[in-house]
Structures are given as C-alpha cells and as structure tokens.
Ligand binder design. Structure first.
Ligand code: SAH
Ligand code: F3S
Length: 439
C-alpha cells in the first residue's frame, strides 16, 4: 500500500479540501495516510495565498522535501491550493523537482494525474475546472464529530481590491441544496449536532434545486434546522455586501442558528472602504448590526480588519478604532495589509511605513482583547447553554470541552454521557475566550 502525506495551510476551506484529497486517493488508488513525510510515496502541500507570508513558506517547505527525493527516487511531490492556482508553472521555476501542480477545483482528477506520472514521469499542471465534482468524494470520517463543516459554495464574484480569492478560487459556484441536505442528514444520523456551513462568501449562496428554484442561504438554514438531531447551525464567512434582510430575519425564525456572527468590516473609514471596493459604507454596516440586534438581542459580533491599506491615514485608522468601540467587536482576525500580485490595490501607492502599520495593528489588537475580556467577564456567574463536544486534557486533568452559542470554549468536569448534549453550565471563571464552568 502506498503512503500519502498531506500538509495543509490556510483556511477551513483548505482543511476541507485536504480531506477530499485524502478520500479520493484512498478510494481510487488505495493510499493510506502517514504523518511522516520521510516514509511517504506521495507528498501533497495544500497551500494558501491570502497573505504574502503564507506564500513564502511554500518554497521553504519544498526545499526541505527536495532532499527526500534523493532517498526515494519514486517520491511524487504535488502542490495544490491557492498558491498553485496563482503561480501555476512559475512554481517549477523555483522548484523544478515538483511533479504536480493542481488547483482547488481539480482535486478529483488527482488519481488520473498520479497514474500518468507513474507511467511517463513527466510534470503535470491541472488547474482549471468549472465543476464541483470533487464534492462527490467527500466522505465524513467515522470519528463521529459533534461539530462538522459542510462546504456549500466556493469562489467569489466580488472584486475587493486587496483580495486574491477571486483569482485563485475563481467564480462563485454553489452546491445544490439536495446534496447539502443529504450530507447534513448523513452527519446527523452519525452523531453530529452542530453544522457549520462553509464558503468564501456563504451569504452569496445560490443553490439550484432539482425543481429548478434557486435557494439562498436563509432558505438553506431553514431546511437544515428541520433536521431533528441538528441542534446548532453556524456559518462562515459572510460579507456585509450581501447580508440581506431575509438572512437577518432568519435569526428570529430559527433559534438553532447561534447568537454569533463573524462579519468582516475590514476598515472603519468610508474612504478606505471605497478604495477597497467594498460595496458598503459604515452606516450600512451599522444598520445591519442594529437590525440583527432587533431580531437577536444577545448576538455577538466578530470581524476581520486590514491594517495599513495603501493610503490609510491616522484619521482613517482612528475611525476603525471608533467603530470597534461602538460595535464592541468580541474578537477579530486582524492583519497588516499584504500586497497581492495582480490585484487592483497592488497598483496603489503604499505610503505608510511598516513600523507605523505594526503599531496600529498592536493598538487595534489590544483594544479588541479588552472587548474579549469585557464580554467574557460579563458571562461569569451566568448560566450558559453549552454543546459538549469531547474530553480534553488540561494540566493532566480530564475535562469536558464544550462551546457556548457565542463561540466560547467552556471547560468543566462531567461524565462521558454529556457529550453531544446541550446542557446548562454555570460560568465560574474566564480567561480571554476560554471559560471555566460547573455543571
Ligand atoms: N469574504 C470575506 C473574507 C474573505 S478573505 C469578506 O468579504 O470579508 C478573509 C480575510 O483575509 C479578509 O476578511 C481579510 O481581512 C483578509 N485578507 C484578504 N486579503 C488580504 C490582504 N491582501 N492583506 C491582508 N489581509 C487580507
Ligand atoms: Fe475576497 Fe472580497 Fe470576495 S474579501 S473573498 S473578494 S468578498
């Protein structure tokens, strides 16, 4: 039996894709997984290119694996994911020992490609595909996870000036609702209690049903909520551009949808949002949040921020800080702007020094951390509904691990039979996003 070693960088979508890579190769070519690159016959690196750093890492990693080819002459090295889709044959220029370059949408073709390589030993690039055939091979592992992802769409039709995703993942494609529901039912029958709907832009979901009607994310959430065993529904990542009223109202109609939303705003300055080609302004963003609170008063909001976008002045940055104070974002993924080749923002003059950007990032993250502490502290003494996922060991003590609606981890003592249940836990203590509780 041949062994495969898969390394994954980047978002949840890449994790999901890696899982498909493994299943397709296990099914078609009988590969088995190994954590040890030295002992494998095939190494696959599933890459991310959202920021520059992730991309640089690729060639460092490949350099280390190059040596393994001297030991095992038949070793195949494949590069997939967003850097592969972006750089294509350029990867061969810096790493000529790479055998296969494939994209996020051509995963299902890997068995054929690998067979060809064994026969002819030539290099193969296979990036383009307009289909979602790869999902046919997604097989949920038998681990019976309480919380599971289901990818519902991929790609992006927006054109935010800083973002590489539309180039690497291509146009939006939505999976059809029947396929998603069948996956959700399968998971529910195998012990899953929480489903996280996944996509680069989940709220742009437009799935064509068998009866030809087009379903939106709100319709899909409603359908999934009808599955009895599913107790909670989450989704990531959405954007404020298509956060329509039907989706806002669903927070009232579907109690299984958690009181938590990650809604990336990127900047608090209208001037910068315009340069970023985000099709909303701060007043529209705030209106979305106000409406959400109307339908779900205790909803907790987290966000993404890009710091030091070309031309971001101190005043612009102050506006971002002001927005953080107003919304009291609970958490953020915040990064310094990274210039992505071929994107419109790459042509803009970047006049802010790196030092200044670092200071702004530090300041912003400190502010958000204060909010995280504030919200966590507010939870001390309250009783929270916790979905218990598993046991973990913390300082050698076995504890139950669960999540609150607002995505905080709660650790507490309890028995195995609570796993998979939603139970009341009293919050005794808080450290940032981790809470200690008592049954
Ligand atoms: N679809 C979502 C987010 C997609 S990308 C949205 O519309 O907001 C995920 C996050 O990566 C973004 O929210 C952004 O904060 C970050 N990101 C994307 N491109 C970036 C870049 N060039 N530099 C720094 N951060 C970036
Ligand atoms: Fe990127 Fe904007 Fe789409 S951030 S993923 S281009 S919505």
């Amino acid at each position: 039996m041949k062994k495969i070693h898969i390394k994954t960088w980047g978002c949840q979508m890449n994790e999901y894709d890696s899982s498909i890579i493994f299943h397709v190769l296990q099914k078609k070519l009988k590969y088995i997984a190994t954590k040890n690159a030295e002992k494998s016959d095939l190494i696959i690196l599933n890459t991310c290119s959202i920021r520059e750093k992730a991309q640089e890492k690729l060639f460092d990693q490949l350099g280390r694996w190059k040596k393994l080819k001297h030991i095992n002459k038949k070793l195949i090295i494949a590069v997939g994911g967003c850097v592969a889709a972006q750089e294509k044959k350029n990867i061969y220029k810096r790493a000529p020992y790479v055998d296969i370059i494939f994209g996020p949408k051509t995963i299902h073709r890997l068995p054929k490609i690998i067979k060809k390589i064994y026969k002819k030993r030539k290099k193969i690039i296979n990036i383009q595909s307009n289909s979602l055939k790869k999902y046919k091979f997604y097989k949920h592992h038998s681990l019976k996870k309480i919380s599971e992802y289901i990818s519902i769409m991929e790609g992006c039709n927006k054109c935010c000036s800083f973002c590489i995703v539309p180039h690497t993942r291509g146009k939006e494609i939505s999976r059809n609702p029947e396929e998603i529901l069948s996956e959700a039912n399968f998971l529910a029958n195998n012990g899953t209690k929480e489903i996280i709907l996944l996509g680069q832009n989940v709220n742009s979901y437009k799935g064509k049903s068998i009866n030809k009607s087009i379903l939106k994310l709100s319709n899909l959430i409603k359908l999934i909520s009808k599955i009895d065993q599913i107790k909670r529904i989450r989704f990531i990542t959405s954007n404020p551009m298509e956060f329509t009223d039907d989706l806002i109202k669903i927070y009232k109609k579907v109690p299984k949808l958690v009181s938590y939303l990650h809604l990336p705003v990127q900047s608090g300055s209208n001037r910068i949002l315009k340069k970023m080609r985000r099709a909303y302004n701060i007043s529209i963003y705030k209106k979305i949040i106000q409406k959400l609170i109307l339908y779900r008063p205790n909803i907790q909001i987290t966000s993404d921020f890009i710091i030091g976008f070309p031309g971001e002045t101190r005043e612009d940055f102050q506006k971002t800080l002001k927005l953080i104070d107003e919304i009291k974002f609970d958490m953020s993924f915040s990064f310094i702007y990274s210039k992505r080749p071929g994107t419109p923002a790459a042509r803009l003059l970047d006049s802010v020094s790196l030092q200044e950007k670092k200071e702004r990032l530090y300041f912003l993250q400190k502010k958000i951390q204060k909010n995280t502490k504030f919200w966590s502290k507010k939870m001390i003494g309250t009783r929270q509904k916790v979905l218990v996922e598993k046991f973990i060991y913390k300082n050698n003590i076995k504890k139950l691990f669960g999540k609150t609606q607002n995505n905080r981890t709660v650790l507490f003592k309890g028995s195995k039979k609570l796993i998979g249940k939603i139970i009341n836990v009293k919050i005794k203590n808080a450290h940032m996003q981790t809470l200690k509780g008592e049954l």
